[in-house]
Design a binder for this molecule. Structure first.
Ligand code: GDP
Ligand code: MG
Length: 149
């Protein structure tokens, strides 16, 4: 089982599509193991987006993700990191495939609805930034025995 960090960005919250996005991840078979509805501090944004702080778009990215509340989550499942990235779609919603969250629910890169970890290392790092280990819950989904071989 893998864990991945997912965040519904302020535009997703403000547009009222939090439930739709959660439903897609639940329907896929992923298990929600942590969630917090919060507004990001500047410190957390710098840490979370450490790889992008020197990029020209960083000031607008920082303003965007701090512009309102976000829903931070941890989702668990077999191959969860790659599966969630595929469900989320390409960074630019204008080019993201139909059927993906960004492809179906966004218009441009600067407002792309959702974040998801891109690799095991970044998932572990991002979960550690946003959650304490004891905030991750352990339980069994009733359908786990039929979701997996
Ligand atoms: P992701 O992993 O698909 O989210 O994409 P990246 O790691 O490349 O970028 C992180 C986030 O920065 C993206 O999801 C966007 O919110 C934002 N971003 C990336 N590139 C640009 C850009 O060229 N312009 C703006 N305004 N935002 C960008
Ligand atoms: Mg990224």
């Amino acid at each position: 089982m893998e864990r991945t960090f997912v965040m519904i960005k302020p535009d997703g919250v403000q547009r009222g599509i939090v439930g739709t996005i959660i439903s897609r991840l639940e329907a896929k078979g992923l298990k929600l193991v942590a969630a917090q509805f919060t507004t990001l501090s500047e410190e957390k944004v710098m840490e979370h987006y450490a790889e992008h702080v020197e990029k020209p778009f960083f000031p607008s990215l920082k303003a965007y993700v701090m512009s309102g509340p976000v829903l931070t989550m941890v989702w668990e499942g077999g191959d969860a990191i790659a599966i969630v990235r595929r469900l989320v779609g390409a960074t630019n919603p204008a080019e993201a495939a139909p059927g993906t969250i960004r492809g179906d629910m966004g218009m441009e890169t600067g407002k792309n609805v959702i974040h998801a970890s891109d690799a095991p290392e970044s998932a572990a790092r991002e979960i550690g930034i946003h959650f304490a280990e004891e905030e991750l819950v352990t339980y069994t989904r009733i359908d786990e025995s039929v979701l997996y071989e």
